[in-house]
Design a protein around this ligand. Structure first.
Ligand code: SF4
Length: 307
């Protein structure tokens, strides 16, 4: 039986990339977990949690700024070098455990590298160096320095929230929400990857904007009232150039988020089957064509026979 459907931006992106990947990740993997380690189906649960080196470095950088900001909000000094040292200690441990294959029995507790699972060449030391460089760059980011100057204004740091919008339950977790001191709010989004299309950024901004308007400005998106979009803006802070970009929220962003949610939900739910408490059939979620580039890095490529 499926637990109730919950929409999220990352699920939406996964579905847009490959419907079968979405089905394996959202519907098949939790069932596979229940079969337990040793059962052939358990591999889907293991594959669901595999990560690549770039994803690992991005996660570590997010965690490092999260510790720093939460410390500041709670009035604790969090020295930069202490954060780097702690991050690197954890990273070396993750690498060691992945090398040892611990993820094969419990992939949620022990992170596993895609390369270790698929037994492809992997330079762990190079991955550690990249991770350290990303962590240090994000800790030295001018936007982090600005946030640390006004910790009393920070409303949220990586808070996972579930809200209901336009009749759909959604999960979201903005990196940082901070009051601008003028009655509005800024949603900061750390970008640790190389490139991000404007479509992705703006669609996500619409969703975060509606969330902030709902939770902090107390206006429901579906109330029929005018939404105070002028009191919310996004701030994309990345490791490339420019270091940050202001993204004023517009009603078009809200409409884009709403249309993405309403348009994709029926298909993601298997056109109603999931609503009846059943797992939608795999056949409704086709694979993308053989040779497509997402298959080359997809963690489910063994299950899909696309190795
Ligand atoms: S291997 Fe390719 S077809 Fe299979 S789930 Fe991944 S992206 Fe989709």
């Amino acid at each position: 039986m499926a637990a109730g459907f919950t929409w999220s931006w990352s699920r939406y992106r996964t579905f847009a990339t490959c419907p079968r990947r979405f089905w394996l990740s959202v519907y098949a993997a939790p069932l596979a977990k229940r079969k337990g380690a040793g059962h052939p189906d358990f591999e889907v649960w293991v594959q669901r949690h595999l990560m690549g080196a770039a994803q690992w470095a991005g996660l570590a950088a997010h965690e490092a700024v999260e510790w720093t900001l939460k410390g500041a909000v709670e009035g604790r000094a969090v020295p930069r070098q202490g954060v780097v040292d702690r991050t690197m200690r954890q990273a070396r441990r993750v690498l060691e455990m992945s090398n040892g294959g611990y993820f094969r029995g419990d992939p949620k507790t022990f992170r596993g590298f895609d390369a270790h699972y698929y037994d492809v060449e992997f330079d762990g030391q190079a991955a550690l160096q990249t991770l350290q460089s990303k962590v240090e760059s994000l800790l030295d980011h001018p936007i982090l320095a600005r946030l640390l100057d006004v910790p009393e204004r920070i409303e949220e740091v990586e808070r996972l929230s579930r809200i209901r919008l336009w009749g759909i339950d959604i999960w979201l977790s903005p990196d940082v929400v901070v009051a601008d001191g003028k009655g509005g709010f800024v949603v900061v989004d750390w970008k640790t990857g190389r490139n991000h299309s404007n479509d992705v950024v703006d669609g996500q901004l619409g969703l975060y904007g509606v969330y902030v308007i709902d939770r902090l400005l107390k206006v429901r998106a579906d109330s029929g009232r005018r939404l105070p979009v002028d009191r919310v803006q996004g701030l994309m802070a990345g490791l490339g150039e420019p270091a940050f970009r202001n993204l004023p929220l517009a009603m078009e962003d809200v409409f884009a988020a709403r249309d993405a949610m309403l348009g994709s939900t029926p298909k993601m739910r298997g056109d109603g089957l999931e609503r009846d408490g059943e797992i939608p059939k795999m056949e409704g979620y086709p694979k993308i064509p053989p040779g497509s580039s997402p298959c080359s890095w997809c963690s489910f490529r063994r299950t899909c026979e696309r190795e």
